[in-house]
Ligand binder design. Structure first.
Ligand code: MLT
Length: 303
């Protein structure tokens, strides 16, 4: 019998992949054989000696101390691609919402309740919140994995001209990428072409601050930047300065922080990328299967 500790609420659809005759799921155990985790921060957690594996129901593993796991012989799994559709759909939603001033306009419209001159106020709002169309605009995608490729394909379907750059993989290895995506070998060549820039790389020491004062200086004036990957990939100070000068027209991010909140041009959501029941089920199923396959058979997939 293997004991599995859940460190976050894990979808029951995933837990059902752990047969009860072989696995006992217990959120309170101190001696698990395996851990199932979503976003809980394990960086300072002491692991028991018998722990064999940790499975993250999500793509990023920056909440797990990988070096310490290697030293202790603990195998770490993640679920690449399992929530990619949810993230890509949010990115497309925010691309359009930010371009058409939807959040600000919707918030403003709420204040019209009880307005005796409602139709006049609506006319005023119609002028105040004029937006831009995305069809015919250029989008630069940094990172062409499961999420970046989906974003690129969806943007092409909506009539955008899409450029793609990946620091690690060749264009041929990109996930199901449309042949209409223009491949850029260097990031610096892509930046001046983009009306919109979106980043989809993992957070690693080498990708920290990929979008910074130098890279922003190469962008078009008025570029709109989207970050639904990790907050650390973008230097907030540089973004705020660029928003002030007009170099950046809008920053849409899933990673709110004190520096950004309430700043003009910043549109924050509370890490909603993978927050759909569909994505939670997909991630939990993949993570539970990886854990079960390793503990039962010693097989390693997606680690
Ligand atoms: C991921 O790394 O896949 C997401 O950040 C998962 C999450 O929202 O928990």
């Amino acid at each position: 019998m293997f004991t599995i500790k859940t460190m976050n609420a894990i979808s029951p659809v995933g837990l059902a992949k752990l047969p009860k005759n072989l696995f006992e799921v217990d959120a309170d155990t101190d001696t698990p054989d395996g851990i199932l985790v979503r976003s809980a921060d394990l960086l300072n957690t002491t692991f028991p000696e018998n722990l064999l594996a940790i499975a993250r129901a999500g793509a990023g593993v920056n909440n797990i101390p990988l070096d310490r796991c290697s030293e202790q012989g603990i195998v770490v799994f993640n679920t690449p691609g399992a929530n990619a559709n949810a993230v890509a759909e949010l990115v497309m939603g925010m691309l359009i919402a930010g371009s058409r001033n939807v959040p600000a306009a919707a918030q403003w419209a709420q204040t019209l309740a009880g307005d005796p001159a409602l139709s006049k106020s609506v006319e005023k709002g119609k002028k105040q919140f004029v937006g831009n169309e995305i069809q015919g605009k250029t989008l630069g995608v940094i990172g062409l994995g499961a999420i970046g490729s989906r974003v690129a394909n969806r943007a092409i379907a909506m009539g955008m001209e899409v450029y793609g750059y990946d620091p690690y993989i060749s264009i041929d290895a990109a996930w199901n990428l449309s042949s209409q995506v223009h491949h850029c070998v260097n990031l610096n060549d892509m930046l001046p072409l983009c009306d919109y820039l979106t980043i989809h790389v993992p957070y690693l020491p080498t990708t920290r601050g990929t979008i910074n004062a130098q890279t922003l200086a190469l962008c078009k004036d008025g570029v709109k930047v989207l970050n639904y990957a990790r907050g650390e990939l973008v230097n907030n100070e540089a973004i705020l300065e660029a928003l002030e000068t007009g170099k950046v027209a809008a920053y849409m991010t899933d990673f709110p922080c004190e520096e950004l909140l309430g700043k003009p041009g910043v549109l924050c959501t509370p890490h909603l990328g993978a927050s759909t029941p569909e994505a939670e089920d997909n991630c939990a199923v993949m993570a539970a299967q990886e854990l079960s396959d390793y503990l039962k058979n010693g097989n390693i997939t997606h680690s």
